[in-house]
Design a protein around this ligand. Sequence first.
Ligand code: OOG
Ligand code: MG
Length: 260
Amino acid sequence: MPPDVTALAGRLFNAYTEHQDIERLTLEGDIAEREAYAIQWALIQRHVTAGERVVGKKTGLTSVAKQRQMNTTEPLYGYLMDRTIGADGDSISRANFIHPRVESEILFVMDRPLAGPTVTGQQVIAATRYVLPALEVIDSRFRDFKFTAPDVVADNASAAYVILGGTATVPAELDLRLVGMAVSKNGELLATGAGAAILGHPAGSVAWLVRKMAEMGAGGLEEGDIVLAGALVEAFAIEPGDFMTAEFDHLGSVSIRCTA
Ligand code: OOG
Ligand code: MG
């Protein structure tokens, strides 16, 4: 029996708005990839009905570090909503999340639309207005942050919040593969990475997203879209009192604070 797309999207929407975890969906039966993206799309429609607006897209599980941490090898995409975007140094309240984790990322701002099954990283760079360093807060709606690939697709790739920082940089001016990054919590170094960690090149990661959207019949990127290319290193839990900073070569730094 195919999954009840509307009911499952409603369950995920309630978990998101109530900051209350739920059992993963695949415990009740298999969900195919296309069905998982259909649930994700129904979930986004619930957000839109609630007055939110799509402002961009995200890839996830595009680095080996993330794939190892979450025990999966399949990248995925999801949507970014207007109410979940913040600026450098902003605080998040722990009470608004279930079990938040922070990821260090490079964010693309699109200058023009981009769609189709054969889009390349070079085409992504040509269609990009600028890139920024970003911190993504992910917050799986599933108990203990444990899921299979279709679960996390349905759950909009664990998207929860994004902090934009640094200075706008035109990507053609540097080699994004070799942009280095150091992330720290409360002044202590947690991990280091480079752009090449995400599918070989951050723009390649965005190109993968565009091709995957085409495969799912979901259109592509719009002018002005913000696009997260995926975490360079693993995600780290954030708790009240924590201050996390990701410093990037060339792009600048971005910080987040967590309060109760
Ligand atoms: C899925 C989302 C992963 C990334 O940048 O790799 C992600 C998860 O790990 O919960 O956003
Ligand atoms: Mg991410």
